[in-house]
Design a protein. Sequence first.
Length: 354
Amino acid sequence: MKKKIAVLPGDGIGREIAKGAVAVLKAVGERFGHEFEIEFADIGGAAIDQHHTPLPDETTEACKRSDAVLLGAVGGPKWDHLPSHIRPERGLLAIRKELQLFANLRPIITFESLVESSPLKREIIEDVDVMIVRELTGGLYFGKPSERRGEHNEVVIDTLHYTREEIERIVEKSFELAMVRNKKLTSVDKANVLESSRMWREIVQEKAKNYPEVQVEHMYVDAAAMKLIHQPKDFDVMVTENLFGDILSDEASMITGSLGLLPSASLRADGFGLFEPVHGSAPDIAGQDKANPMAMILSAAMMLKYSFNMHKEAEAIEQAINEVLNAGYRTPDIQNTGTHVVGTTKMIDLVVHR
Ligand code: NAI
Ligand code: MG
């Protein structure tokens, strides 16, 4: 099969790990007889430096003429002084919006070889397999107004905004996912306080009628945050709004072992998607060959699975990652002493080789 992929490395470690995804795709292409045509484009701080905007039109165009998009990460201290509407992170929000990517899938899966070294107990984290579905186009991150007011800017407003349609489509997507998994859906909200959450809950209840096989539960986000660490195995698919999903998935990364192991898919209704690690550009370790490339490589595997229907190819990547971990290799985010501690480049080579 021939597929065109736009690769947006972005900033910081994004540039180092994007190389890993490209190298792994090349190996998979050779092994399974696919041609992956890669087109690179700028986003985030790199785009601000080159084109004076975090999302140049050329980048949007490159994404639109591709079959899928891979993204590293954006942001860094160099651009932190900029006003929020032209910061690197805006590029990310804009491309998600521009491509109508509304469903952010964040799988949380335990790696058996990392269970022993986890600060969390084996009985809690072994065999965890949760899919967090985060709504990506609405909520506080897009609400208007979002501004300061008053004579001395002493009042600040952020708005949590959702339309019925936005909630319906993410809830629908989550039920579909639950149907092909273990038929359990947890909807996370704050319906005891927020009106948007009350509407969210109503919609989940309406949609549930079309999926009688799916066991549905509603949970407040604060309780969900606690339960995610205490009994993660009780969750199958978890659906929630933008901000809650952002926070809960970072929290859940500790079940897996590191933020550097968490991939994500952001999907449009027709299956087109952008695939990126959950983590950011990690300026504290950027340029030091310390970043874990696995979240990025696993994001490429999700791309093969969700956008191209290439299941055995995706599994080959997942298996390679598992083999490397089983052989004891670790980047410093997981383990920082020992003979098998390796840098980004070496880790990429190990995965490509397998
Ligand atoms: P971060 O996710 O970049 O880093 C948090 C911590 O995790 C850091 O200690 C970092 O070294 C570590 N880490 C993250 N990914 C890692 C990897 N692959 N391997 C090893 N260690 C890893 O979040 P932070 O520090 O809050 O944000 C840094 C910048 O990234 C900011 O400018 C922020 O706005 C941006 N950001 C971008 C995102 C994106 O592009 N999707 C998401 C989150 C933050
Ligand atoms: Mg986040």
